[in-house]
Design a protein around this ligand. Sequence first.
Ligand code: PBG
Length: 343
Amino acid sequence: EMRDTPRPEVPLSSPSLDLTVRPRRNRKSEWARRLIRENVLTTNDLIWPVFVIDGENQRAPVASMPGVERLSVDQVVRAAERAVKLEIPCIALFPFTDPSLRDENGTEATNSDNLVCRSVRALKKEFPELGVLCDVALDPFTSHGHDGLLSEGKILNDETVEVLVKQSLVQAEAGCDIIAPSDMMDGRIGAIRDGLDAAGFVDVQIMAYAAKYASAFYGPFRDAIGSAKALTGDKRTYQMDPANSDEALREVELDLAEGADMVMVKPGMPYLDILRRVKDTFAVPTFAYQVSGEYAMIAAAAANGWIDGERAMLESLLAFKRAGADGVLTYFAPQVAEKLKKG
Ligand code: PBG
């Protein structure tokens, strides 16, 4: 921290510039900066994404995400305990599905006893007061690594939506609080809302990955869930073109009309402009996903001593707040919550 400037009654020199307005006056000391601060990051803003693996007492590091581990269900429960202690409101689950359970159609996604459903039940039993978010998409379960059903090189839309509704239902039955479709199929929010309501899950929220871009920043995530090697081709026929901004507003508008309770922009840091436009246009609960590649960049540079990792983490998360986010999905969640708690 810089030392505060000397008291005004001891003038250093007579000012040579004739300035009426001096913006630096409001930055002269820590208390003055605190007084005019426009945005604050709190633990209430955090959703913690967690990778789940099979087995017991397992913690397997993700090589491309230093500090992040895949956890077996019992360890996910320990993570939840940490989240509750740190007052992180919500945890998000992403499964590493055993390759033997992956197939063309992602059948395991709708198995009510799959890794995600077992995790949700374990979490809800131990920590019912902690929010649980489940991703909806087929990529952790398909042998080809795509988010939907693949036929003759094409991702089928309506047929995929039918499966996504079933996936949402098994997750809701397990006790999931927030269904978060990340697949980018057309019409899935409306279909999932109808499916949830018909089954009596009127209070299960939907957070739509509304503006999700076909991004290079998902690489480490695909390593973590084991879909990187499997993936044939890319996801550009369903995820958005990074060149587009107006299109994000149309996607958000549709998802809200179909019943989304909250919307998300993804990735985060390279898309702060989208976040700001979405928040200004719709004034609904809006989230950003600081994705795996963003985490990896900060963690790797910090590990090399090239940046101050802790400061970069806090600054990147505050930037989401400044850009209009109500909350952020971030792999830094436990670290930042610990830091905020210490003050
Ligand atoms: C699955 C999904 C992805 C992410 C969240 N849900 C990957 C993808 O779309 O390929 C990425 C998250 C991250 O990179 O941290 N549909």
